[in-house]
Design a protein around this ligand. Structure first.
Ligand code: AMP
Length: 370
C-alpha cells in the first residue's frame, strides 16, 4: 500500500526535450523510461534508457508496460505506434502526429479547424509549379512537406525560375509553397489537454530566430492587447478539432495590428517554452507530464518576466560562462551533447522582477552567448 502518487511514463526519443520531460516527471512521483537509439542521448542521465531502435520489439514491450507513453518528436516511425496501439495510451495519438509531421496536411487541418495560415499551394509534381507563386502573392518560401526543421529543407523564392530551381534543389519531393508573410513579430503559445478534455494554456511568448534557428524567447510578448486571447482561441479550436491528448505548441506570425497566422504546430513541448522552467510557474515539461497522465493541471504561465537564449555551437567561440553566472537571474541548462557547429547544446534562462530589468539584462546576456 502506498499513499503517494506513482506512475511510469514512457517517452519516445531521448534528446534534450526528453531529458527535461524526465526531470519534470521525477518530482511528481513519475519514473521516466526513454526509448532512444543514441547511446549518448541527453536523457540517458535521468531516465531508464532503453538503448535500441524505435522499432525494437523488446524496447516497445517495455514501453507497453508503462502507464502512458508520450513523445519528444513528431517523426516517430509508424511501426512503433502500431506496435503500441491498444496496449498503452500514446499521447498525443497517431492521428494527430500524422497531421503535424506533414506540412500540407497540417495546413489543411488547421484551416478546417478554423485557424488562419499564410496563403499556400501544395507542390507534388512539376505541373503544380505553374502559376503557384502568383497564387501566393509573388514572393514565397518553398518548404518540404516532411522532415524539415530549424529552417532546413526550405528556400525563399521570388520568381518562377527561382521556384523551379528551388524545387529541384530540394530533390523534387512533395512541398508546400507559402506566401512570404510581412510579420511584425513571431509568437508562440502551448496548449495542454487531458484525455478527459480539460484544457490549460501556456504563455504567449515572443521569438527571434537567427539562421532559421530560435535565438531568443521573451515573456511577456510585446503584442497588442487581445493578441494572447486570439492565440488561445485558435489553440483551443485546434486542440479540440484534432482531439489533442497531451501538449502542443502553435507558432504564429503576428501581423501589424495583431492578427495571427499559424506557421506550424509541434505536438509537444517546444524550444520557445523553455523559459517556463524558471519563471516561477509550472513548466511546459510538467504541463505535458500532467496532461498525458491525467494529473491536475492549470494554466502554466510564468509568474515573472523571463527570457531564454539558446546556446548553439559556433566555430571558434564559446559563451562567457563566468559572466553568465554573475548576471542576476540566470539559469544554465546543458544537454550533455558532444560539441558540433550549429547544434543546440543548451539554453540559458533569465528571470527578472520587472520587464525593464529583464530587457536590460537580456541585452547583456545575448552579448555573452555567441
Ligand atoms: P519554419 O521552419 O516554418 O518554422 O520557418 C523558419 C523561419 O522562417 C520562421 O520562424 C520565420 O522566421 C521564417 N518563415 C517561415 N515561413 C515564413 C513565411 N511564410 N513568411 C515569412 N517568414 C517565414
Amino acid at each position: 500500500m502506498t499513499d503517494q502518487p506513482s506512475a511510469t511514463l514512457g517517452i519516445l526519443g531521448g534528446g534534450q526535450l526528453a531529458q527535461m520531460l524526465a526531470l519534470a516527471a521525477i518530482p511528481l512521483g513519475v519514473r521516466p523510461v526513454v526509448l532512444e537509439p543514441d547511446a549518448q542521448a541527453p536523457a540517458r542521465l535521468c531516465a531508464e534508457h532503453l538503448h535500441a531502435p524505435y522499432t525494437d520489439p523488446a524496447g516497445l514491450e517495455r514501453l507497453a508496460q508503462c502507464d502512458v507513453v508520450t513523445l519528444e518528436f513528431e517523426n516517430v516511425p509508424v511501426e512503433a505506434l502500431d506496435a503500441l496501439r491498444g496496449r498503452v495510451p500514446v499521447r498525443p495519438g497517431a492521428d494527430l502526429l500524422a497531421r503535424s509531421k506533414h506540412r500540407a496536411r497540417e495546413k489543411a487541418a488547421l484551416r478546417e479547424a478554423g485557424a488562419k495560415t499564410a496563403p499556400f499551394v501544395v507542390i507534388e509534381q512539376a505541373a503544380d509549379l505553374q502559376g503557384a507563386l502568383r497564387q501566393v502573392g509573388g514572393r514565397g518560401i518553398l518548404k518540404t512537406s516532411e522532415l524539415g526543421y530549424d529552417g532546413k529543407g526550405q528556400a525563399r523564392v521570388s520568381s518562377d525560375f527561382e521556384l523551379g530551381q528551388a524545387w529541384d534543389d530540394l530533390g523534387g519531393v512533395p512541398c508546400v509553397l507559402e506566401g512570404l508573410v510581412p510579420f511584425e513579430r513571431e509568437v508562440s503559445l502551448a496548449v495542454a489537454r487531458s484525455a478527459a478534455g480539460g484544457l490549460a494554456f501556456g504563455p504567449l511568448v515572443e521569438n527571434v530566430h537567427r539562421n532559421g534557428i530560435l535565438r531568443t524567447s521573451v515573456y511577456p510578448a510585446q503584442s497588442p492587447d487581445g493578441t494572447e486571447a486570439r492565440a488561445r482561441d485558435m489553440a483551443r479550436a485546434v486542440a479540440e478539432a484534432w482531439g489533442l491528448e497531451g501538449l502542443m505548441t502553435l507558432e504564429f506570425f503576428q501581423l501589424p495590428g495583431g492578427e495571427l497566422l499559424v506557421n506550424e504546430v509541434a505536438p509537444r513541448v517546444h524550444n520557445s517554452g523553455h523559459l517556463t522552467q524558471d519563471g516561477g510557474g509550472v513548466s511546459q515539461f510538467e504541463a505535458q507530464v500532467r496532461a498525458v497522465l491525467g494529473l491536475p493541471l492549470a494554466d502554466f504561465a510564468p509568474l515573472l518576466p523571463c527570457a531564454m537564449v539558446n546556446y548553439v555551437g559556433v566555430e571558434g567561440a564559446v559563451p562567457d560562462w563566468a559572466a553568465i553566472d554573475a548576471l542576476p537571474g540566470t539559469h544554465v541548462h546543458l544537454y550533455h551533447k558532444a560539441w558540433r557547429a550549429g547544434r543546440k547544446l543548451g539554453h540559458i534562462n533569465l528571470v527578472a522582477p520587472d520587464e525593464a530589468t529583464l530587457r536590460e539584462r537580456l541585452r547583456v546576456l545575448e552579448g555573452l552567448i555567441p
